[in-house]
Design a protein around this ligand. Sequence first.
Ligand code: ADP
Ligand code: MG
Length: 927
Amino acid sequence: MNGSALDTPMMRQFIKLKAQYPNAVLFYRMGDFYEMFLDDAELVAPILDIALTSRNKGKPDAVPMCGVPVHAADAHIKRLAELGHHIAICEQVEDPKETGGKRLVRREVVEVVTPGLVGDPEGLDGRTVVAVAAVYYDRSSNRFGLAVLDASTSDFRATAVPAEASALALDSPASSIPDALLQELARVSPRELLLPSDRVEAWSEPLLEILDEVAVTSLDESTFLKLDRLRLERSTADGLAEGGGDWPGEFMQENDPGSRAAVAVANYLIENQPFAAANPPRLRRYEIADTVVLDASTRRHLELHQNSEDRGRAGTLIQELDETCCALGARRLSQWLSYPLLSVTAIAARQDAVELLVERDRMRARLRDAMTRVRDLERLLAKATRPGAVPRDLGALRSSLQALPDVATAALGGPGGGSETSELLAAPPSEATTLVAPDPLPELSRLLERALIDDPPTIAKGSRGAHETGYIREGYRSDLDSLRESATKGREWIAGLEAEERERTGISTLKVRFHPVHGYSLEVGKGHLAKVPEEYERKQTLASVERFTTERLREVESKVMGANERAAKLEREIFESVRVAACEASDEIREAADRVATLDALASLAEVARRKRWVRPVVDDSETLEIKEGRHPVVESVLRRQGSDGFVPNDAKLDPAGQQILLLTGPNMSGKSTYLRQVALIVLMAQMGSFVPAASARVGMVDRVFTRVGASDRLAKGESTFMVEMRETADILRQASRRSLVILDEIGRGTSTFDGLSIAWAVAEYLHDTKGVEARTLFATHYHELVALADSKARIHNAHFEVREWNDEVIFLRRLVEGGANRSYGIQVARLAGLPAPVLERARSILLDLEGGELPGGQGKPLRGANDGQLMLALRPPRSAKGEAETECIEALKALDPDAMTPIDALTWLVKSRAGLLAVGDEGDGA
Ligand code: ADP
Ligand code: MG
C-alpha cells in the first residue's frame, strides 16, 4: 500500500479542485467543517488565528491542514476577503448517505468569494456598499468606461468619460486615466478593481493613489468582450421560466467602454457566483456630468461621509441628515449626498416631496413606521436567492414584503384614522405624484405566507440534507399533509403501545423508547424478563434492561420513518420552488425596494428639516448664492448637544458679477473655517434636495465645489503638506468655472510667510482676472496683507469676524462684518490656549518691536514696509536689486499658466524662484 498522505482519494479530489482555483484559498467541506490543506492552510492559519495541524502528523509526508466550523465560517471568509484573498467555497454536493459510505462524496466549488464579491450579505452593515468596479479604455471612441456593482444589493451601473489630452503628451491616451474617472472611482470607492491585464501596470499607480484599500484583479482583455458565456448561463439557469430578457446583451452598446466594463463585471460575477445568472443585476447608465463634481479632497475637507479624525461617521454631514428607517433608505440618502443634482426640475421634485412630508407629521410618522418593517429588502433578496438560502431567509423576505402595502398606503396618504381626514382634505389632488409608492407584490407575499410557517427556522448552512423539517405550513400541500398524517398516526399508535403492552404482559415498568440510531424499542427491566411474550424480538442488551421489538412495531416504525423522510424531501422541494418564485420576482422586488429607498431618504430629510427647523432653499439656474442667517449643521448640533443655543447665524452672498470673491481675514478661532464649510454644505444640501439650516437661501446651481482647507493629513503618503496643498490649488485653478464654488482656507500656510502670501495673492488675482474662471469664491486667510486686494479688484470684497478686546482678552462674537480685520490677536489666542505667561510676555515685546519696524533683540534693522504694522514688502514697488528680483518673480508668477503646469513643474518653479530671491536678499524670509 502506498502510504503517502497525498495519495488518498480525498487528497486527490482536493488537489484536482484546487488546480481549478490556483489563486484562491480552497475551503474544502468535510461534514461540519471547512478544511484547508497544504499552502492554503499555512497561509490562513496565522491570519485567522486558528491551529495549524497536519494529516499524517510527524511523518515526513505530513500534510498541513487547518479548519473552521461551518457555522462560524462566514466571519473567517469575510476577513480573508477583506485582506484581498479569494476564497473558493467547496461543498459536498451529494448526501453522504447516497454513497452508502462506499465512495467519496462528490464535491464542487459553488462560489468564489472575492474582496469585491462578498458572498453571503449576512452581517454586512446596512450602510456599507461593497462594490467591485471595472475600468476599460476604448480606443475607437477614445473614452474610458467604468462599471460598478454591489452584488449584495444588485446595484449595477456604468458610465463613460472622454480621455484627457495628457499633460505629458508623450503618453498615449490609454495610459493616463482622466481626472474625472479617478475622482469618480474615489467616490465609488470599490473594494476590488478589475483591470485589463495589459493595462494593470500603467494604471495601477494613479488608481492606488486615489483608492486607499482596493484589491486589483487583472483580467484577460477577452473578459471585457465576451457575451456568450453570460447568455448561456442565463438561459440554463436552473428552475427558471422563460424570459428575463437578453441579459446582458440588453446593455451592450457599440464602441461603448461603459458596456465593456459592465461585461467584465458581469462575467466576473457569473464566474464567481454562477447562481447569480438566475436573477442577474440590471445595468443602469449614468453620466458623471449630470451631478455635482465632488473630488476626493473636497469630500474629505467637508467631512461629508467620513470625519477627518478616524474616518468614522461622528461629526459628518451624513450623520446629521440620516434619520432613515431602513438600510435601503440609508444607502440611498448617502448616494444622494455623493451625487448632488444639477437639474432644477429634479431638485424641485425632491424638494416638493420633502416639503409635503415636512407638512404632514402624521403621514410621515405612519410612513416611517411602515418602512422600519421593510428592513434591508435588497440584501434579504440577495440572501434568499442564493442556493444556500434557509427557510429563515425567505421568512425575512416575507416580513419585508408584508410591510409594503402599509408603505404604499401611507405614501398615497391613505387611511390612518383619527384626525387624519383633515390632513387629507388639505392635500392637493396632485400630491400622489410627489411620492411614488412601491407596488406590493401580493402574489409572492401570499405564496410565502401560505407556504412557510410563522417563524421559519435556520438550518445549518449548507446542510441541505439535514433532517430539520416542519417549516412548510400545514394545509399548503395535501401530499405533504398526508405524509405527515400517516407519520403522526404511526407515532400515535406507538404512543399508545406502552399502555397496551403493559396491560397485555403485566410488566408495569415496560417502556417504549426511541433512539435516533436504533429506533423504537420496548424496554423491559431484567427482573421481568420471564414475563416477556414469545413474539418479542431481542434488539439490544444493556446492563439492567433488555430492549425488544415486534413485527408490528417494526412495520409501523418503518412507515413513520419513511413518511418522515419523504416529508423532509418534499419540504425541501417545496422550499426550492418557493425560492425560485422569489428569484423570478426579483426584478419587481428590486423595483419596490428602489421606491422604498427613495421614500425613506425623502422622509429622513423631512424628519430632520422638521426637527431642526430648516427651510426649503430656492435652487435655480442663476449665478447667485444668497444665504440669510445660515448655520453650520454639524457645529450647531454639537453645540446644541453641549446644551448651548449659541451658534451665531451668518449671511452669505456671492455672485460672479458683483461680490465674486469674499476675503475673510481675522484671528484664529474667530470662525472662518466654520463659515466656509457652512456655505459649501448648504449648497450641497440644497442640490441634493434637502432643506437647509438658514432663514432663507437662494442657490444658483453650482456645478463643482472645490475646497482647499487647512493642513492636510496626507503626510503618511510621503507627500509634504505644501506639495499636496499646491497640487490641490493647481487643480482648482485648472478646472474651476464660473459655475463653481471655490473654498480656500488658509492656502499658502504650508510654506514660509512670503511664499505663502505671494501664492495666496496670485491665486486670488487669477480667480478674479481670468475669463471663464470667475468662480464664486470664499477665501479665508491669516495674511492681512491680502485685504489690499479689494482696492484694486472690483469683485473682491473684505469681511471679517467681529472680535472684542476686553482686559487683554479676546471675545469672539462669531459675527461676520464687512471690511478687513485689523489685528490678528495671535498672542491673545495663544493665551487662551494656555501658553505660559513668560512666553506670552516675551511674544508681546517681540510684537511691539516688529510693529515698530525693528527685528527683535534690538538689532535695529528696519523691516521694509513694516511701519503700517503689516509686512507689505513683497507687494511694494521695488528699488533695490532685491526689490527688482522680487518684482521679476511676481511678474513671472503672474505670467504663469497653471493650466499647462504639472504639480512638479509648479514646485520646481517655486523652489527656483525662492532660491533666486534668497540669493539677492540680505535677510532671508524667515519672518
Ligand atoms: P478659524 O477658522 O477662524 O480659526 P473656526 O471656524 O475653526 O475658526 O472656529 C473655531 C471655533 O469656533 C469652532 O470650533 C466652533 O466651535 C466655534 N464657532 C465657529 N463659528 C461659530 C458660530 N457661527 N457660532 C458659534 N460658534 C462658532
Ligand atoms: Mg480655520
